[in-house]
Design a protein around this ligand. Sequence first.
Ligand SMILES: [Zn+2]
Length: 103
Amino acid sequence: MRYQAKLTIMDLTKTSDRTSLSTGSSVPDSGVYAVSHPQHTLPREVTLLRDQTFPRCSCCKEPVFYKLLRFAPAATSAHPGVFAVALYELPELNRETDEPTVR
Ligand SMILES: [Zn+2]
């Protein structure tokens, strides 16, 4: 339903410490974060590690906002190789296939 999307966007306009997670901030806790970036279609969720920097959008300089969905404290030690590469930017997704755009 259409009005539900509007409510989601309004929530993002509240400013507090909890909602100030955005591009350039350091990740406070390892976990899965919801991605909010109305300008482009980005992955809905990303796994980030503590002390990384929240990635930017690969298409523009507008900030991307993040919200912690669930902690992932075991991710660092269980599979160190999987997270060896830090994310610096998020690819825009193809709106039809939801696949990352190949450049
Ligand atoms: Zn963007």
